[in-house]
Write a protein that binds this ligand. Sequence first.
Ligand SMILES: [Zn+2]
Length: 171
Amino acid sequence: MLLHFIVQDFMCLGFTFVVLLDKSWISRIRSRELERLRGPPWLKIMQRVLLNCMYTTLDYAQTGLIAAVFFFKMMEWWYQSAEERMSAPTVYPPPPPPPLPKVAKDGLPLPPDRTLCPLCCQKRNNPSVLSVSGFVFCYSCIFKSVSQHRRCPVTLMPATVEQIRRLFHDL
Ligand SMILES: [Zn+2]
């Protein structure tokens, strides 16, 4: 892309150079054309004015074309870099949290105070999470429950004691 841009710039510069070189040649042709005008003086003046107008327009058209090419190239570069900035953000937004686990109809109801263990309804001792559901209990309570029933007491999802993880949030 950059190489393409550089090549195009060089082509533009080359074009400008050729135009500058040819300026004297063009003015020679133009003066010859003006000398070749025939007819009554008023017609010659009219033709001269018309030709001069045409030449001036052509001169400015060349400059305008080069300016337009540079302008469009600049716009392309500007919008492309803006697009790149938009498509590749440096800081990604955090992913949304997973949905809340559903309490099973026949499962253990959660205590109103969410800081208590749902099994013994006391302040959690050695808080431990059951990874299949995400609910937190005392380590001894959940270990006993999962060993006996092989499921989460709240969601009734199948679980093993290997899926109990100790939480160390208070250390
Ligand atoms: Zn407990």
